[in-house]
Design a protein around this ligand. Structure first.
Ligand code: ADP
Length: 279
């Protein structure tokens, strides 16, 4: 990159490699964070479409990381379908102080900010257009008093549209974890998410195939209901080092519904956690 680079191709006169490649340097869009906060690593958890378990995996990763000791936060950027507060049993409305909006706090001390903590009634729908929703996510970054955070997990809006693009461009995302279902792996939805990350120059740290199989409670046998997937092939093709499978497990749904996701003990995401620690 040229020394004169202003990190904004629309105003910069320098003829650098970024301009030639057509890739705008990400720094040019980054929003400054809350001045009273210091977030060391931002990890975005993404999916090609809704309902594949992105929030479940975000919750499990954040809980497992917190149990290892670091300070952890979750930004629920799934503004129109927020489910993080419920799965952590956090319901108190967020309050403002001089430094910004104070996030909710889970039982094990995970900070949580979500649209649901700002609504009068959490069942009210958020009927807003993309740019407004993108603006709310930016406000979560700028106006929430996160304090010192080692790992912030961002539960992203599903897909590769307007809002995920705004989030990738405005937040200093260190890496992405992709959550998918076996059915998505059959199609090309996951590849779209991988390619979006590549376009944004953000490393994909891991891929989780959720609801991959079912363990028979009687005989303990694993049943791959949707057939054996090509998870490893996809990970290898895109140089993604960590790939994990999570079963369909009624205990997970039960814990999330009861607001007790932090009580879940699993080592199935350890490979993904290690990749996040090394990012
Ligand atoms: P997304 O964030 O992708 O929209 P969620 O994480 O909200 O999806 O999951 C959708 C539903 O599926 C939730 O009710 C959740 O509890 C349930 N669920 C997710 N993953 C699993 C799993 N591995 N086993 C059982 N239920 C799951």
């Amino acid at each position: 990159m040229s020394e004169e680079c202003t990190h904004d191709c629309s105003t910069c006169a320098a003829n650098c490699s970024s301009r030639e490649s057509g890739k705008q340097p990400r720094e040019s869009f980054l929003e400054p964070g809350n001045p009273h906060s210091n977030v060391k690593k931002v990890i975005a958890v993404v999916s090609g479409k809704g309902g594949v378990g992105k929030s479940m995996v975000t919750g499990l990763l954040a809980s497992a990381m917190r149990k290892k000791g670091p300070s952890v936060a979750i930004m629920d950027a799934d503004i129109t379908g927020p489910s993080i507060p419920k799965s952590f049993g956090v319901h108190e409305r967020a309050m403002g102080v001089e430094e910004g909006i104070v996030p909710g706090l889970s039982r094990t001390g995970i900070e949580i900010m979500s649209m649901n903590l700002l609504l009068d009634d959490p069942t009210d729908p958020v009927v807003w257009r993309g740019p407004i929703i993108g603006g709310v996510v930016q406000q979560f970054w700028k106006e929430v008093y996160w304090g010192d955070v080692d790992y912030m997990f961002v539960d992203m809006p599903p897909g590769t549209g307007d809002v995920p693009l705004t989030v990738f461009q405005s937040l200093p995302v260190s890496g992405i974890v992709i959550v998918t279902s076996p059915q998505e792996l059959v199609g090309q939805i996951v590849e779209k998410a991988v390619k979006m990350a590549e376009l944004m120059d953000i490393p994909v740290l891991g891929i989780v195939e959720n609801m991959s199989y079912f363990v028979c409670p009687d005989c303990g046998k694993k049943h791959f209901i949707y057939g054996q997937s090509r998870l490893e092939d996809l990970a290898e093709a895109h140089g993604i080092k960590a790939a994990s499978r999570l079963p369909i497990d009624p205990a997970l749904t039960k814990a999330a519904d009861a607001g007790d996701i932090e009580a879940v003990e699993t080592n199935m995401l350890d490979g993904i956690l290690a990749a996040i620690e090394n990012a």
